[in-house]
Design a protein around this ligand. Sequence first.
Ligand SMILES: *Cc1c(COP(=O)(O)O)cnc(C)c1O
Length: 361
Amino acid sequence: MSAIYNFNAGPAILPAPVLERAQRELRDYQGRGMSILEMSHRSPEYEAINTEAAERLKRLLGVGEEYHVLFLQGGASMQFAMLPLNFLPPGASADYILTGAWAEKAFEEAGRVGQARVAASTAETGYRNIPLQADLVLDPHAAYVHITSNETIQGVQWHTWPAVGDTPLVADMSSDILSRPLETQRFALIYAGAQKNLGPAGVTIVVIRDDFLRRASSNLPVMLRYATHAKNRSLYNTPPVFAVYMVNLVLAWIDEQGGLAAIAERNRRKAATLYRVIDESSGFYRGYAAPEHRSLMNVTFRLPDETLEKRFVAEATAQGMAGLAGHRSVGGIRASIYNAMGQDGCDALAAFMTDFMRRNG
Ligand SMILES: *Cc1c(COP(=O)(O)O)cnc(C)c1O
């Protein structure tokens, strides 16, 4: 096996032991002589996976029966529509806090369904920071407040949650779910595409509080109602069985690492390794995000010019560091260092950055 450090933004790195286990079990799942890919989603084997994955998620999130865990399809992008379809009836309005490209997309989609309002936006700074509490202009009657906990493209992250009073708080956590302990009780609904921090593409996790669920519109096609999937424990129709199986293995891996507190400590150290090189580079590397709002998952930075940025990516690729080009909309460099990336990958990248600067600075 060649040693590649995978800094892709998503689909992204998965823990090696998880891939190896999936490979071992692929042809013959638990002595059944067939793959989990080939079994009925009504089989006891898949039932067990479905239940175990939901229970592991609840335990890691520190919640009980008052929350439902759903395994849906359509990605986080489907949630941009499904959320307002369920919770934004005619006459109501929802508050969106705009912190980057993904929050913008969620807001635009809500506007196609109903009335969405901007409660705060950092667009003027190019989405380099998260709004301060004092900058939020919240509507006390809003159906919900929507935030994006980590902006995967710009590389900014909420480090303290906004106070929103009694309004239900909803978060797109696609790129930082289970990267740190979470006060889950603060949230009425959390959604996340699995392909950043939880597993492969194809399944979207929704965690929804029961009292919020009960407010949802029932005047919708059955597949678009959260209630359908909650009532049927994500088995109303054929779920993405292999993706849920993989998520379950990743959740077990998180437990083996010592849970979210241990994962968070690792993530802080990994990010600090890269941000230190940026901060000590005398301006050769310029971090995109304001330091106090830097993401621990997506480290975004620029070099003095685009020619150097291209050379940086090419040389890093040649040295086995993949996926470092920034998103096409913002350019620069982006190192995505999700849970499955080890300290060794960040050390290797930091050493490369220091060497590259010495040769080109
Ligand atoms: C990747 C991403 C999305 C889009 O996810 P899809 O599963 O491709 O729809 C939405 N929000 C955030 C924060 C993301 O990182």
